[in-house]
Design a protein around this ligand. Structure first.
Ligand SMILES: Cc1cc2nc3c(=O)[nH]c(=O)nc-3n(C[C@H](O)[C@H](O)[C@H](O)COP(=O)(O)OP(=O)(O)OC[C@H]3O[C@@H](n4cnc5c(N)ncnc54)[C@H](O)[C@@H]3O)c2cc1C
Length: 398
């Protein structure tokens, strides 16, 4: 283990979030795995909107103080917090009121005036549709301007926190025939006529988190609820779509941090269970003296460490205004894959104990699967990295 030291400020935050994970999340982890769709009332003490004096906070985004001279800013603080909370429970972390994926979108692309207006909301993010998943440029939900209002129509599926949030950031096209440059994101408050949550999913893992289908039928919102410009740029096709895609540069390291936290939990418990059986890992012992099971644990921890460093790098780059699309995808690809492998291998190493509901190992294996799917699957992250490395566009490499 490298035991990378965090700056003092972040170490304090990390410890605080670990305490939250231990004392608030772990005690109700199994409860909300069983009671899918029940609102985890225990999380109300963590409501980000109340904590920050009425302002949603600590979601991936720019420096909290808005300053330029950032070294370790809001993104790094966010991934550290997420990692620790997901050591507690991924589904519950995703259910903390006030910190939805839509908040990250608002943070990433809203104007100063919009950040002021939407700073206190709890926003989910609605991109996926029945006929549009990985290829988010193919969405069919529409928006058109009618006087001073946008009119939105379409169906959004698999919206995390879609049932519990108070606002949804919706991707819609102004004109499908004009391709990706016509896709914009819109802030739609819950309760707006024409917006309806019609279904909550039953899932393999992260059952504490609600996942909704939302229908938009002639749903009218104010003209200035579009995030960024509503112009369809002709020449700058990639530039315009890139603006909405920019959200992912902030959120992918966050999802990768979820995988880091969840797999750390599995490694820690496995070490504890092995110790109860008389096998304590000794990092000073020469590797050639290690048993197969010890060597396996060392290999998993090395992989985990590499993934974590990628996550920290991607978040640090975002904090410091450095383009990080490739690094964000690298972090997500590595952490998602490693997270899946570790949690499942820990179940295997602990045998029947790992497979039974007496421990949370089987739950973490289920919870971690989604972390290699949403915010872009493993294959999509690899595609993005390959395009960057080879200097190819999305039309050249599909
Ligand atoms: C629990 C949960 C929560 C979610 N939360 C949200 C949310 O909050 N907001 C939201 O908008 N969406 C959300 N999603 C949707 C999620 O982002 C999509 O499921 C994901 O992007 C994959 O899309 P898809 O399911 O349509 O799969 P598809 O795109 O149909 O992909 C199917 C398979 O084909 C592979 N594949 C696709 N294209 C390529 C390619 N070009 N090259 C190689 N392989 C490829 C994929 O990697 C995948 O393995 C959520 C999903 C789940 C399950």
């Amino acid at each position: 283990m490298i035991n990378l030291e965090l700056p003092e400020k972040l170490e304090g935050l990390s410890q605080l979030m670990r305490a939250v994970a231990e004392n608030v999340m772990r005690p109700v982890s199994r409860k909300y795995d069983k009671q899918e769709h029940d609102v985890p009332v225990e999380l109300q003490v963590l409501d980000r909107r109340k904590q920050a004096g009425g302002r949603a906070a600590n979601v991936p985004g720019r420096a909290a103080d808005g300053g330029d001279e950032v070294k370790n800013g809001a993104n790094l603080a966010s991934v550290i917090s997420i990692e620790q909370m997901c050591w507690g429970d991924v589904g519950l972390m995703l259910s903390v009121p006030g910190a939805g994926l839509g908040n990250a979108a608002i943070n990433a692309v809203a104007t100063a005036e919009q950040k002021e207006r939407f700073g206190t909301v709890y926003a989910s993010m609605a991109i996926t549709e029945p006929a549009s998943g990985s290829d988010s440029g193919s969405i069919s939900a529409t928006a058109y301007l009618d006087g001073d209002e946008w009119v939105i129509n379409g169906e959004k599926i698999f919206v995390t926190a879609g049932g519990r949030c108070d606002t949804v950031v919706v991707w819609a096209t102004l004109d499908k025939s004009r391709g990706k440059s016509a896709i914009k994101s819109f802030v739609v408050p819950k309760g707006t006529p024409g917006m309806e949550v019609v279904k909550l999913e039953h899932k393999l893992g992260i059952r504490a988190s609600d996942t909704a289908t939302i229908l938009f039928t002639n749903c009218r919102i104010p003209k200035d609820n579009v995030l960024g410009s509503s112009e369809i740029s002709e020449g700058g096709k990639r530039e315009a779509f890139g603006k909405v895609m920019q959200t992912f540069d902030n959120t992918r390291p966050g999802v990768a941090a979820m995988a880091i936290g969840c797999s750390r939990a599995a490694l820690d418990l496995t070490k504890e269970l092995l110790a109860q059986d008389g096998l304590t890992l000794n990092y000073d012992k020469p590797i050639w003296d290690a048993s197969a099971i010890e060597a396996e644990m060392y290999r998993m921890e090395a992989d985990w460490e590499a993934a974590r460093l990628l996550v920290l790098r991607a978040a640090w780059m975002a904090d410091n205004g450095q383009p990080n699309s490739m690094e964000a995808s690298m972090a997500k690809a590595k952490a998602g894959r490693v997270g899946n492998a570790i949690t499942l291998r820990c179940v295997e190493l602990c045998g029947s104990v790992g497979y039974s509901e007496d421990t949370l190992l089987e739950k973490w294996a289920r919870d971690s699967k989604i972390l290699d799917i949403f915010e872009g699957t493993q294959q999509i992250q690899q595609l993005i990295i390959a395009r960057r490395v080879l200097g190819l566009s999305s039309t050249q490499l599909k």
